[in-house]
Design a protein around this ligand. Sequence first.
Ligand SMILES: Nc1ncnc2c1ncn2[C@@H]1O[C@H](COP(=O)(O)OP(=O)(O)OP(=O)(O)O)[C@@H](O)[C@H]1O
Length: 357
Amino acid sequence: MENGSNGEIPEDANEHCPGTQSESAGKSDSCAGCPNQEACATAPKGPDPDLVAIAERMATVKHKILVLSGKGGVGKSTISAQLSFALAAMDFQVGLLDIDICGPSIPKMLGLEGQDIHQSNLGWSPIYVESNLGVMSIGFMLPHPDEAVIWRGPRKNGIIKQFLKDVYWGELDFLVVDAPPGTSDEHISIVQFLQATGIDGAIIVTTPQQVSLIDVRKEVSFCKKVGINVLGVVENMSGLSQPLSAFQFKRITMSGEEEDLTEWVMSCLKEKAPEVLNLVACSEVFDSSGGGAAKMCSEMGVPFLGKVPLDPQLCKAAEEGRSCFSDNKCGASAPSLKRIIEKLVSAQMAERMDDVA
Ligand SMILES: Nc1ncnc2c1ncn2[C@@H]1O[C@H](COP(=O)(O)OP(=O)(O)OP(=O)(O)O)[C@@H](O)[C@H]1O
């Protein structure tokens, strides 16, 4: 479909189509014999009332940020969850909307599994982790967490529209939207529904290896095509970092048996070089010889936000629905995540100041 000055023009329309939203849609001379003539002549004209309702709801939201990824499993929900925790800890009023309809992991990552949505006369109420961090997810609506959601495009679009139209967020500084991987129906819907109300842009999450970066390039080009600003790319699982004391040391015998030598190694280190035990050991896990996300960003002209290493403690925090910033357990990953979030917030705030100036 093309977008004409008088609304959408269907691909199979006649030449000189006046546009489906035009007053003369289905009635002008050029409509004669068009397969859409009857539908155009009888369809109600004017703006979609749902889009008007969405615009009203979103009028109280200052910043809207989409979190995208080309592939599944690269840490998009983890970044969305930790970004939301961090923004809330900075005293912003935050909403986290999970539109990953087929695999909603946000309820677990925010420690909200098993919660139900309540309705008030203002609309659906988000589930609150704290007074300034509300969450909405299809996961709250499923009777069993292990039940598969097998929905076709129109039904998925319907629920996304309803989330945007019917959830009462109140005044928000940030609405973080965790999208499913790829560029599918859900992405087109959320962009279409939100664009009129202004989207700040998208954060794209990837891992360092080429197979993931190829899909990120598609994600960047999707954003460019639909007019979404790329706020930046995060390279997640970028090497493994953890304190040496967290490693296990094993000898693998010729017959493939494992012999655990951790105790022996640790006692040697304690005796001979105890300061080594305080070091963080790092190793590349995924091949980044192609230059990783930083190189891709400079080639595609989008900002690189930074790297977050693989950190078993971050995985644990996500499993337990905790913020990685609330204690010192995620020492390998929390500082990098914090730097990325601060960069993002200062860029968003600076833009807001530019708007005001
Ligand atoms: N930097 C990291 N270090 C350790 N574990 C991580 C890291 N990032 C993500 N994980 C873990 O990897 C798994 C996948 O992450 P997550 O669910 O966030 O990916 P996703 O891209 O949202 O996947 P999907 O789109 O398929 O839902 C989770 O168990 C998460 O805790």
